[in-house]
Design a protein around this ligand. Structure first.
Ligand code: OAK
Length: 739
């Protein structure tokens, strides 16, 4: 979520009164707002997308709730020492959290482990789960105020607390020490966010977190429903559950368990209800990124859920056989249960089977789902597949983080209505050549660059010139996102400057290259990329031959607040994933809204950005999505430019030090190992960079492109995404607060 204060006062429309009141108390609003720490309750794109969507849901008066975990430790703080990443705990609740409201009376028991037994019931048998452990989920409500509305919705976060019920038993049996230790153990369930952004490791605590989250949220939803309804047949009419990736997909088995075991609905009726309430959004492209839960683990932690999943799978496979016949390869691919070396549950298959809609997060992502990742399912149920291209909220990403641009836009559009109706930004198009607007636009951009330059100096001691082009890549560090391509490009630029006649250096367009992002603690290659960036920065920034022509800054501890500062100050931003790997990307949209030009591959949502603003207004490069598989097959025979070999050699030969440490990084780029095609794309990457340099020299042209970027960003608001979900997937309408 990042910070809440500035966002809240702006959405409530009280920013100026609030600042005045603070002044009377002797405080400066801007200074005070910066004291707030970030709520970092997620890893990256997926979680921040939800944060944007909550803002849109509130602003557009939709009746919605967000659920999550109240981790004691959010995403680790990244500390850079000697250029290496170190992870420090983020104990964000140290001084309390003024935004949350503890609901001491909203608590639910959550059960784990134990056995399942048969019990006689109404002349037949039924299953009874006898759990072995119980904890309490306590609700902490975080209000999300909408903009220009009295509606405020809730992000309800669950904290795990020991259950007194269980404790009493231990105390009574005299096992005092164990009772106290168990109390502590309960709290560990919501203690820490797993920092791996993607890989699923089959860890028990992680699965426990998922079920804890699912069970508490569903009890809350069902309790609310039962307050005013007595018949579950109305449930799908009143409740829509959106599975945000597979992480909460145990909810499917849990709803079945509650309806069948606790509410005593028959299986068929319960199944009919389940199939109407769930929809699923997937946020990844790689099949290996999909969660698989080992059966052994599930059986021990949630024995009844495993039975239910087996039963769902049995019915589904029987139906499937009727439709596709006895094609055993396909049946086995589509099964929810994977019979491999480690027998596992495929959570994505479970989610697809039980959801009425399967969403991608951009058009090309959806195409990949249909033709590759979930091809078998698409052929069976084409009607289920859809996409809602991601979006970001212009409230946080322009109004809060770039107040000067926000004021300028309102002045030139003659209205502030774009803050709620973002399509109005398109009105800037007709002013894109207006010289007065150009002058003001450049002034605003310069102010933001000055703010960023001050931050860079305070944080790293590096002085940067605001007349240089600020070229930014900030996002999680992943091989597919190709921060390494960026760094190799910088090495090439450095080498060119070094080898130039002194007189030619005046022709170089000065650059400040800014890179930021966290690597998962166990992702070694990503950590080496961070070290390489810092090693290259050390060399370049201290080279008097280069001076202000090139600087490289690694911004530590990238988070939402850092993004709010960096994005408005960027001239150029890089979104350079190997085509076919970024499901959508949302950083590109934030930069676009702020008038930053994009240097990008045709991947994820960038494809749709190109359609909105035209390829002339950005710098595109690289292999196209359909070319990538064939290029990979070529392996070592793939031709790479000489410049690429030469920059890799510089790293290999220890030009930046740490020769042994970087060896494995270089090995990933050569000898047919270049899976992400850095070598193949290098030439066109350099050409795109050269085109950016050329455009930057012509400030008139650059400013026009910048205005057109903002003007064309309307489609990438989360307001549009949420409207699509509301209309097409959830069937809900705005529900305005009547007071
Ligand atoms: C994280 C864990 C598992 C699966 C996906 C993710 C994830 O963060 N995916 C990202 O989601 C964003 C929001 O939809 C997309 O913009 C990114 O492209 C995608 O990588």
């Amino acid at each position: 979520m990042g910070r809440s204060l500035s966002n809240s006062v702006i959405n409530l429309g009280i920013r100026d009164q609030y600042a005045d009141a603070l002044k009377e108390l002797g405080f400066e609003y801007e200074v005070l707002a910066e004291q707030e720490g970030d709520a970092a309750l997620g890893n990256g794109g997926l979680a921040r997308l939800s944060a944007c969507q909550m803002d849109s849901l509130a602003t557009m008066d939709y009746p919605a709730w967000g659920y999550g975990l109240r981790y004691q430790y959010g995403l680790f703080r990244q500390v850079i020492l000697d250029g290496y990443q170190h992870e420090h705990p983020d104990y964000w609740l140290n001084f309390g959290n003024p935004w949350e409201i503890e609901r001491v009376h909203v608590t639910y028991p959550v059960k784990f482990y134990g056995t399942v037994e048969d019990e006689n019931f109404n002349g037949g048998k039924r299953k009874v789960w006898l759990p072995g452990e119980m904890v309490e989920a306590v609700a902490y409500d975080n209000p999300i105020p909408g903009h220009g509305t009295r509606n405020t919705i809730t992000l309800r976060l669950w904290a795990a607390k020991p259950s007194d019920q269980i404790d009493m038993e231990s105390y009574n049996t005299g096992d005092y020490i164990n009772a106290v230790v168990n109390r502590q153990r309960a709290e560990t369930i919501s203690s820490v966010l797993y920092p791996d952004d993607r890989s699923y490791q089959g860890k028990e605590l992680r699965l426990k977190q998922q079920y804890f989250f699912v069970s508490a949220s569903l009890q809350d939803i069902i309790r609310r429903f039962k307050d005013s309804h007595s018949n579950f047949d109305d449930f799908p009419e009143k409740v829509a559950l959106q599975l945000n990736d597979t992480h909460p997909s145990l909810a499917i088995a849990e709803v079945m368990r509650v309806l069948v075991d606790e509410e005593h609905l028959d299986w068929k009726r319960a199944w009919g209800i389940v199939c109407k309430i769930f929809s699923f959004t997937t946020h990844t492209v790689l099949p290996e990124g999909l969660e698989k839960v080992p059966v052994d683990l599930l059986e021990s932690l949630l024995p009844r859920h495993l039975q239910i999943i087996y039963d769902i799978n049995f019915d589904y496979i029987e139906e499937l056989k009727k439709k596709i016949g006895l094609d055993y390869d396909r049946l086995s691919r589509m099964s929810i249960v994977e019979d491999g070396a480690v027998k596992s549950i495929r959570m994505a298959n479970l989610a697809i089977v039980c959801s009425h809609t399967v969403n991608g997060v951009s058009r090309v992502h959806s195409e990949l789902l249909k033709t590759r990742v979930f091809k078998d399912f698409y052929e069976l149920w084409p009607h289920k597949f859809d996409y809602k291209t991601n979006g970001v909220t212009q409230r946080r990403w322009i109004v809060v983080s770039n107040p000067s641009l926000s004021a300028l836009i309102s002045k030139w559009l003659g209205t502030e209505a774009w803050i709620r109706d973002v399509d109005l930004l398109a009105g800037l198009q007709e002013q894109a050549a207006n010289v007065d607007l150009h002058e003001e636009w450049r002034m605003v951009r310069k102010l933001n660059k000055m703010r960023l330059a001050e931050y860079i100096e305070a944080m790293s001691g590096i002085k940067v010139s605001v007349s240089a082009m600020f070229d930014v890549q900030i996002k999680r560090i992943h091989e597919y996102k190709r921060q390494l391509l960026n760094i190799l490009g910088i090495i090439h630029r450095y080498d060119c400057i070094k080898n130039m006649e002194k007189s030619d250096r005046t022709k170089v367009v000065p650059r400040v290259c800014i890179i930021g992002g966290k690597a998962a603690p166990g992702y070694e290659i990503a950590k080496k990329i961070i070290k390489l960036c810092n090693a290259v920065a050390e060399k370049i920034n201290n080279d008097p031959d280069v001076g202000d022509l090139l600087k490289l800054v690694f911004i530590p501890d990238y988070n939402v607040s850092v993004a709010e500062l960096v994005i408005p100050g960027a001239d150029l931003s890089q979104h350079i994933s190997t085509a076919g790997h970024e499901a959508s990307g949302t950083g590109n949209m934030k930069f676009l809204m702020n008038g930053c030009l994009l240097l990008a591959t045709e991947d994820g949502s960038t494809v749709e950005i190109i359609e909105e603003i035209g390829e002339d207004n950005m710098f595109l490069f690289g292999a196209k999505m359909h070319e990538v598989p064939a290029l990979r097959v070529k392996g070592p025979a793939l031709k790479v430019p000489l410049q690429f070999a030469s920059v890799v050699r510089m790293v290999r030969d220890g030009y930046f030090g740490f020769q042994d440490y970087f060896e494995s990084l270089c090995d990933k780029l050569e000898g047919g190992n270049d899976f992400y095609l850095l070598g193949y794309d290098f030439q066109s990457y350099l050409e795109a960079q050269a085109a950016a340099d050329k455009a930057f020299v012509d400030q008139e042209k650059w400013t026009r492109m910048s205005i057109l970027s903002t003007a064309g960003s309307g489609r990438f608001s989360s307001d549009r995404t949420i409207e699509e979900y509301a209309e097409k997937t959830w069937g809900i309408e705005p529900c305005k607060c009547p007071f």
